[in-house]
Design a protein around this ligand. Structure first.
Ligand SMILES: Nc1ncnc2c1ncn2[C@@H]1O[C@H](COP(=O)(O)OP(=O)(O)OP(=O)(O)O)[C@@H](O)[C@H]1O
Ligand SMILES: [Mg+2]
Length: 380
């Protein structure tokens, strides 16, 4: 086990009134049987129970859990408290958690970012930027520190989607005379876009090498700070530009957005293959504009049902969910407030929240199965 900053190395037990060594052993056993809902294994099997201490009449349980935890913390906390209360009903319980993160090179770009996700699509116009904006906002709503980088340098959409059309990127010169930019921030999401640097029309005529130059600046010269997630809204397609961008940063994985039509689905295959070729895991497929919600609440699958799910199965990647074709989602994008914040649109909100939770769960699942010796880095 790595260093355990912030809490005791000792797994020994301080016995106090009411709770003795035998109880503590029973508490450990009970905790070890709690299931991690994302990973589908017990805390015991995951080696997640670090230690148990008793202070006065309070049980302190220290856990090591795979990050990111925003969507699952409450459930695990509840399950653990319940398991402990069954052993020592009269004691109060506190659960302390430290995150486990996959081992990574210390000299990688963006060292302060825990999870980097590319949002990609084979085709243009499938709602990739809309979905990226909503995922970022959903994560922030859950308390995560989130950044969204509009890497679609030709056709930036973040300024419109976050109601920041006239905002400009500000910065300072560092000691080497290099420009360091500060992201803008809205709804708790840190934002960088070409739209904050130049007008859409100017951006549209930029050539490849210039685009790549700007993108490097956005990756290397922005003061993102500590982030749980950084999302890249990639330009549509699966060409060299996308591939180069995907390789320039240590991606946790890619999320592919598609619409249900066969033509779009064919491009999903290409997208997943592209990421496979460079060993970037596909975290899953999202089907956007899947169905229309009729006035009676039933769903009309205008473009056919189940296409996204089938293609995900065929390519052996998770299916993350369906997002309805809906005026609140369109309006949210055009009016600068992602639909996931719109409490008047609960069905859309639920669909967007659920797929974001699935992305987080998939990162945790991969983290638990993909690496033997996680490093323990961050204290909660
Ligand atoms: N689920 C949805 N329901 C209704 N409208 C949607 C939905 N998703 C996206 N849209 C609308 O479709 C249009 C295209 O969406 P968006 O710009 O997000 O697509 P994109 O894939 O990023 O496009 P591009 O390829 O140009 O980058 C926008 O007007 C957006 O508001
Ligand atoms: Mg877009």
């Amino acid at each position: 086990m790595g260093t355990l900053n912030g809490f005791s190395q000792s797994a020994s037990v301080l016995s106090h009134d009411g709770v003795d060594d035998r109880d503590t052993l029973a508490i450990r056993t009970a905790l070890e049987e709690v299931l991690d809902p994302d990973i589908g294994r017990t805390l015991g099997a995951l080696g997640a129970v670090h230690s148990i201490e008793v202070h006065d009449d309070t049980v302190h349980a220290y856990l090591l859990l795979h990050a990111p935890l925003h969507f699952v913390a409450e459930r695990i906390n509840y399950a653990c408290k319940e398991a402990i209360s069954r052993v020592v009903p009269a004691s109060s319980v506190e659960i302390f958690v430290q995150e486990r993160l996959p081992e990574r090179a210390s000299n990688r770009p963006l060292p302060q970012v825990k999870h980097i996700i590319a949002v990609a699509s084979g085709k243009g116009g499938v709602g990739k930027s809309t979905i990226a904006a909503n995922i970022a906002t959903a994560l922030a709503r859950k308390g995560a520190a989130v950044g969204l980088l509009d890497a679609d340098i030709h056709g930036p959409s973040v300024p419109t989607m976050f109601g920041l059309e006239h905002a400009e990127l500000h910065g300072r010169k560092n000691e080497h005379g290099q420009f360091i930019g500060y992201p803008l921030e809205k709804y708790g999401v840190k934002l960088v876009s070409m739209g904050f640097v130049m007008g859409r029309d100017q951006a549209a005529i930029m050539r490849g090498p210039m685009q790549a130059g700007y993108l490097s600046t956005f990756i290397e010269q922005i003061e993102w700070g500590e982030l749980d997630y950084l999302l890249f809204d990639l330009p549509p397609g699966t060409g060299d530009i996308q591939l180069t961008m995907a390789q320039r940063v240590p991606l946790t994985g890619a999320v592919i957005v598609t619409t249900p039509q066969n033509l779009a689905l064919a491009d999903v295959r290409r997208g997943i293959s592209m990421f496979n070729r460079v060993n970037i895991p596909t975290l899953g497929v999202i089907e956007n504009m899947s169905y229309y919600i009729l006035p009676d609440g039933s769903r009309d699958y205008i473009f056919g049902q189940g296409g996204g799910e089938r293609i995900a199965q065929e390519m052996s990647v998770p299916f993350l969910g369906e997002v309805p074709l809906n005026i609140n989602i369109r309006r949210g994008s055009d009016e600068g407030m992602p639909a996931v914040l719109n409490d008047q649109a609960p069905l859309q909100q639920k669909a967007l929240m659920e797929l974001t939770a699935k992305i987080a769960a998939e990162i945790r699942r991969r983290s638990a199965t993909g690496q033997q010796s996680p490093t323990v880095e961050i204290s909660l």
